[in-house]
Design a protein around this ligand. Structure first.
Ligand code: TYD
Length: 132
């Protein structure tokens, strides 16, 4: 988990996220997810090259991360000044979105559908050294 600097005063909070400073890559792409609910599961993929930082800037959600070797961890994204860093080649599921959730995703690469791995068995095979 990453904790971002914030400047608060009588007017409210301002959270600062600088590429290469507060997160470990230069930001090439942002996208955000809203209008999801507690029933849906998003993500369900790994990325060959892209690293991400996820920040629930409003509301909350959870992300389940798997390394393809049998380890998994669940992180609650529930504060606008914290985020989770996801390196390349981890499987991720985002779920349990609260009402009003806005999940901001910062990415190290431009979108390239070819670098998304959407088959979990193929992901495990690649992790364990197979050719996929
Ligand atoms: P998808 O990967 O299914 O989203 P999630 O990981 O949240 O489940 O993406 C939904 C659609 O948006 C799909 O058609 C691909 C497209 N898309 C882009 O065109 N550019 C992007 O940067 C992203 C993340 C998705």
């Amino acid at each position: 988990m990453l904790e971002f600097p914030q400047k608060g005063d009588g007017r409210g909070q301002l959270v600062i996220v600088e590429g290469g400073v507060d997160i470990p890559f230069d930001i090439k792409r942002i996208f955000y997810i809203y209008g999801s609910d507690s029933e849906v599961v998003r993500g369900q993929h790994a990325n060959k090259r892209t690293e991400f930082v996820l920040i629930n800037v409003s509301g909350q959600s959870k992300v389940r991360v798997k390394d393809g070797r049998g380890n998994e961890a669940i992180f609650a994204l529930n504060r606008p000044h914290t985020g989770i860093y996801l390196p390349k080649m981890v499987w991720k599921d985002m779920y349990d979105f609260s009402e009003g959730s806005v999940l901001l995703c910062l990415a190290s690469e431009h979108y390239d559908t070819e670098e998304y791995i959407r088959d979990y068995d193929k992901f495990v095979e690649l992790i364990s050294g197979g050719q996929g």
